[in-house]
Design a protein. Structure first.
Ligand code: GCB
Length: 650
């Protein structure tokens, strides 16, 4: 977690040369016999600091007393982006500090039992957050897409108090050293702009939604507790091997027992101590959706910690879902459990009407149901890590994930310095720490379309990729490139090459007839140079739902479909050689900054922003089910329409 000064866009070079390796685990807060949790969702008090330097909140110390005492407040839902909830256009495009506050009532045991640890966990605050509890500064975090937490026991266990006031200041400003990067540009020509006029510029294609985007949770553990669990798996002749490493905080003297439960509730293996190997004969492997009749098989690893104290034994329990599977890459294949895996999927965004990037269960289920309806087996978390709840559901449903860092839009030379690199390395550590145990995650993506032709970019990406591989040797690493950039500086170091291309969209407008030639050339060049498996990680065209034109013209649903069809002809040849996947851009229409290129956002979705299908969704659905059937589709048990294994559909 990076510590920062509280300035407006003050991001000093504090990370320069600092040692990496994060302290502490980031286990998802789960209830267990020793752990309770309380989600602080709902309405929070909110105020944007519209003062000229955006520092009034700090100057007047808004965190010292209830927010309503320092001025008017709004009611703001959490989780949600703040931008689209109200009718105030100034708030929609606001740049700077916003303040959230919420009183939390705590169970008496939490405030009186000093053997209980009370932790405040913020799932995602975009982008830079400072946290106070009862007016006391407790945490600071930089990075809008990964969780951070702080032990607040000492602050809440101080007397007969049963509530605490949580204040979170969040700043959405992006600078050349944030991830993603951006710049603040002051317009000084007073004949055109008012005094102190500035804008936030970015080099990515989605709206910079901000706020408390994911659940804010209070949870407890005993004071001696299971801090982190690291699980990797392999398979030896049908026997599943589960390697675990568990770290404990709060005591040096403890007993640790480990049990592995199957889905029927039987213990299939057990061990003891902080590290070991569990063996599961005839293991049920974790398989992707439609690759096995029982996809996504999850065991549960139960860690039981016992510590002897003067007051008697204290225990902590943590239950971690575990999928036993292997991932490997050859020069032309991506293998899951030793079998060739073809990514049939989508790129997504965390994006929806009103809530922006705010986490929402109905939206998550709808998206997952649409993926299954499509017959898709994978998606990429373009262009930043998604909510943990999304990853958990992918584990449960067998949807394979390429887990991407927020390294998008790195195109400025100022972003290729040590400060930015240190931050990027740290973000990769936070990402791996959070998602390392998800069987659904099969590959890390360190960046999307960086301008790697800039001088120091070679060193930057070599270091970044090597560091990510060292953090997690069990998964391949990729780097998403775009033919428009000279991106082969990353390619020598990655395991899989991900290529984005927009033939007959961003050039050769309307000329669908050139796609086959250009796409075949793209694949052949990349493969000839690197001999690595390739994923077509983006392709697509904008289509405004309900716009029709035949013969196809750009922006019509017909054009979007025809463009995909041209790509598919080439993909069908090259997937027999070394292409191991295709991910459409994009799953759904999404909001972007305003420009003459975008009509209320990017319209390359095969679903609208409201998740209604365009023509291309039906085309893709037919293709994905056909591909699934080719490799021996295994329909999920709950699908009565499936007519045997050779020909199933939704
Ligand atoms: C890309 C980017 C993606 C954009 C997309 C587009 O190459 O990776 O973020 O949204 O193109 O539609 O232009």
């Amino acid at each position: 977690m990076a510590r920062r000064a509280a300035g407006l866009w003050a991001l000093g070079p504090l990370l320069w040369g600092c040692a990496l390796a994060l302290r502490g685990g980031m286990l998802y807060p789960r209830e267990s016999p020793s752990r309770e949790r309380k989600e602080l969702g709902g309405l929070w008090k909110f105020r944007a600091d519209f003062s000229e330097n955006r520092r009034q909140g700090f100057e007047q110390q808004w965190y010292r007393a209830p927010l309503r005492e320092s001025g008017p407040t709004l009611d703001m839902p959490v989780p949600s982006s703040f931008n689209d909830v109200g009718q105030d256009g100034r708030l929609r495009g606001f740049v700077g500090w916003v303040w959230y506050e919420r009183e939390a009532v705590l169970p008496q045991r939490w405030t009186q039992d000093t053997h209980t640890r009370v932790v405040l966990r913020i799932g995602s605050a975009h982008y830079h957050a400072i946290v106070w509890v009862n007016g006391v500064h407790v945490a600071e975090h930089e990075g809008g897409h990964l969780p951070f937490e702080v032990d607040i026991s000492k602050l809440v266990q101080v007397g007969p108090m049963s509530s605490c006031r949580i204040t979170i200041a969040v700043n959405n400003t992006l600078t050349p050293h944030t991830l993603p990067p951006g710049t603040i540009v002051y317009e000084t020509d007073t004949s055109k702009y008012p005094n102190n006029y500035f804008v936030q510029n970015t080099h990515f294609d989605f709206f910079n939604y901000a706020g408390l985007h994911r659940p804010v949770i209070l949870y407890t553990t005993p004071t001696a507790y299971i801090d982190d669990i690291d699980v990797t798996t392999s398979v030896d002749q049908g026997t599943g091997l589960v390697y675990y490493q568990i770290s404990i905080q709060g005591s040096e003297h403890f007993e640790l027992e480990v049990f592995l439960w199957d889905e029927k509730g039987n213990i299939v293996a057990q061990g003891s101590g902080g590290r070991g190997q569990l063996q599961v004969p005839n293991a049920h492997l974790w398989w992707p959706y439609l690759m096995h009749e029982h996809p996504a098989y999850l065991y549960t690893l139960e860690a039981r910690l016992t510590v002897q104290t003067a007051a008697g034994d204290v225990s902590d329990f943590y239950l971690l879902p575990v999928g036993i599977r292997t991932v490997a890459v050859t020069k032309n294949q991506f293998l899951i459990n030793g079998k060739p895996f073809y990514f049939r999927g989508v790129n997504k965004h965390e994006d929806a009407d009103i809530r922006g990037k705010g986490f929402d269960w109905p939206l998550l289920m709808k998206d997952l149901n649409l993926l299954r309806w499509l017959g898709a087996n994978a998606f990429r978390t373009s262009h930043y890590p998604y909510a943990e709840e999304v990853m958990q559901l992918c584990d449960q449903y067998g949807v394979v994930v390429i887990d991407e860092s927020p390294g998008v839009g790195i195109v400025l030379s100022q972003s290729y310095n040590n400060q930015s690199l240190q931050h990027h390395l740290e973000v990769m550590e936070e990402l791996v720490r959070r998602d390392k145990n998800h069987p659904a995650v099969v590959m890390w993506s360190v960046a999307n379309e960086p301008a790697s032709s800039l001088g120091p970019a070679g060193y930057y990406f070599k270091t970044l990729i090597a560091h990510t591989k060292a953090l997690d040797p069990s998964r391949p690493v990729t780097f998403v490139t775009n033919s428009k950039y000279d991106a082969d500086l990353g390619a020598p170091y990655v395991d899989v090459i991900c290529v984005n291309s927009y033939f007959s969209w961003y050039h050769d407008f309307g000329h669908l007839e050139v796609i086959q030639l250009q796409l075949a050339t793209q694949f052949e060049n990349w493969y000839k140079t690197y001999q690595k498996p390739i994923i077509q990680s983006e392709y697509g065209a904008d289509a405004i739902s309900g716009f029709h034109h035949d013969p196809p013209l750009m922006f019509s649903e017909e054009y979007q479909k025809s463009l995909l069809e041209q790509y598919h002809l080439v993909l069908d040849q090259k997937r027999k050689e070394y292409v191991v996947g295709e991910l459409i851009w994009n799953f759904a229409d999404f909001m972007t900054d305003q420009s003459t290129f975008r009509v209320l956002g990017n319209k390359k979705g095969i679903f609208t922003r409201q998740r209604q299908p365009k023509g291309a969704a039906f085309l893709l659905r037919e293709r994905y089910w056909k591909l699934a059937n080719e490799t021996g589709c295994h329909p999920p048990a709950e699908k009565p329409q499936c007519l045997g294994k050779s020909h199933c559909t939704w």
